[in-house]
Write a protein that binds this ligand. Structure first.
Ligand SMILES: Cc1cc2nc3c(=O)[nH]c(=O)nc-3n(C[C@H](O)[C@H](O)[C@H](O)COP(=O)(O)OP(=O)(O)OC[C@H]3O[C@@H](n4cnc5c(N)ncnc54)[C@H](O)[C@@H]3O)c2cc1C
Length: 450
């Protein structure tokens, strides 16, 4: 018998379970999917019930299976949601879809397969000679021949300012998705959002949808907004021109050249970036560490803004609020945040010191990627026993491209695997469904091998 325990029932854990359930061999397989939230398939990304929170990938590309990317779109239409393949639909549909796809996979299972869902929080894994023992806060224990860490996104770090006393204020929201953000921000509150990426856009959309009257300000070091999707263009793959290039500057030169060629032929730069998608992980794997470090420091923010784009509907709302003066996007480095009656935020921009006052602060810096700093018991316990280590760039966990994690002593773990966000250091592009569904399929095959 093989027992596989998946810790985390967000999109990654659910997709992995769906793929594991395809097994039709002889061995008895028991899959335990542990999720500390009340339901699986939601996670941070798809747990929102707001219609205005849209997928940032067109429906026609969000299918659960790499060989059937239209699967989600067909499901949507069959459910009576009449959207085209190019539509950016509410994210809540994707959670429904994952649950429906999991239910389908569970139907008519052969008698040697079982999937159990548990509403528990895993807090530790004891690694033994022949397997692993997953220990939960609720007291449950799961003996397993393989454990998959599908724990996804964590809370963001606090802003990097010297005095963090302000984090105790009730209107500082480290978790942008906590229900308190909905209930505790008053319509007239001035809101400061720290971060100007996709989560910031989500927060602005929600505030706008609730007819928020107070001023909204968003700040980041570069004040860079995500680019906006523009569909209907394509660009031929040009990996052959990139293969073997080991310097970021050389890669960038070729990408720029392709963009110039595309645009002089009525194309669009986004299609050039998108054409890199199937090769991005290989390009990253081939780069020396020093070049990855250079990329992290100088280019990663620009890459993220260009690669992970906003739906045009979202961009239109942001632009309207900006032109009405209700939303301001600032560029600057935070110097201090203090809280008295409200928040007093000092930042610097091009040598000048400036101040913003806000009634509420929402942290949209992005999931903490330095695992050594995480406040999660499971991660802390696994680090303490040397079962995990961070990747050299602190983008995630040190791991092999197939998901096997690397122990503190450099050995490949026999029983612990991961996928999704934790593999960012290994694969760079590893957070969106198109990458995760491939990892889920490949990891399922790997775990079911004898
Ligand atoms: C706001 C947001 C919007 C996004 N939108 C898109 C999009 O439109 N399209 C796209 O392709 N990608 C999107 N992404 C990228 C996203 O990261 C992935 O698509 C996907 O949701 C990641 O799923 P996950 O399961 O890896 O992580 P998560 O969604 O973070 O899920 C991890 C789950 O593990 C659970 N968990 C963690 N630790 C434990 C534990 N110890 N015990 C039990 N359970 C545990 C958590 O409760 C959580 O439910 C978005 C990301 C965010 C943050």
């Amino acid at each position: 018998m093989k027992r596989i325990t998946i810790i985390g029932g967000g999109a990654s854990g659910t997709l992995l379970a769906i793929n594991l359930l395809k097994y039709r061999g002889e061995e008895r397989i028991e899959i335990n999917l542990l999720e500390k939230r009340p339901s699986v398939g939601h996670g941070v990304a798809f747990g929102t019930s707001h219609e205005v929170h849209l997928l940032n990938v067109p429906a026609g590309k969000m299918g659960a299976f790499p060989d059937d990317v239209e699967h989600f779109h067909r499901w949507l239409n069959a459910k009576g949601h009449d959207h085209g393949a190019d539509a950016f639909v509410p994210r809540k549909y994707f959670a429904e879809y994952l649950n429906a796809t999991l239910d389908d996979a569970r139907r008519n299972l052969p008698s040697n397969m079982v999937l159990n869902l548990y509403d528990v929080e895993a807090v530790d894994v004891d690694l033994e000679e022949t397997g692993a023992k997953v220990i939960c806060a609720e007291g449950d224990i799961f003996y397993s021949e393989a454990v998959v860490l599908a724990f996804g996104n964590f809370l963001p770090p606090h802003p990097s300012v010297p005095d963090l006393k302000f984090t105790n204020a009730t209107k500082y929201f480290q978790d942008a998705w906590s229900p308190a953000v909905e209930t505790d921000i008053d319509p007239l509150d001035s809101v400061l959002i720290i971060g100007t990426g996709l989560s910031m856009a989500d927060m602005v959309m929600r505030l706008a949808d609730k007819n928020h009257l107070g001023r909204i300000t968003a700040i980041s070091t570069r004040g860079l907004l995500p680019a906006v999707h523009r569909l209907g263009f394509s660009h031929p793959p040009f990996y052959d021109e990139l293969r073997g290039k080991k310097k970021i500057t050389e890669l960038l030169k070729e990408v720029r050249h392709q963009i110039e060629a595309a645009e002089s032929d009525s194309g669009d730069w986004r299609a050039v970036i998108d054409s890199l998608r199937p090769f991005t992980q290989q390009i990253w794997l081939d780069l020396p560490l020093s070049e990855k470090r250079y990329f992290k420091q100088h280019l990663s923010r620009y890459w993220n803004a260009a690669r992970h784009r906003m739906p045009p509907e979202t961009a239109a709302v942001l632009a309207e609020l900006q032109s009405d003066g209700r939303l301001e996007i600032l560029k600057g480095r935070l110097q201090s945040i203090e809280h008295y009656e409200n928040f007093d935020v000092k930042y610097s921009f091009e040598g000048a010191k400036k101040t913003i006052r806000a009634d509420a602060i929402i942290n949209c810096i992005g999931s903490e990627s330095n695992f050594a700093k995480l406040d999660a018991p499971l991660v802390q316990n696994l680090f303490a026993k040397g079962a995990l280590r961070s990747d050299p760039l602190n983008f995630g966990l040190d791991a092999y491209p197939d998901g096997a994690v690397i122990r503190a002593n450099g050995e490949r773990s026999q029983f612990l695997f991961t996928l999704g966000t934790a593999l960012k250091g290994t694969l760079w592009e590893s957070t969106a469904i198109p990458e995760i569904r491939t990892q889920a399929r490949d990891l399922a095959e790997r775990l079911l091998e004898n």
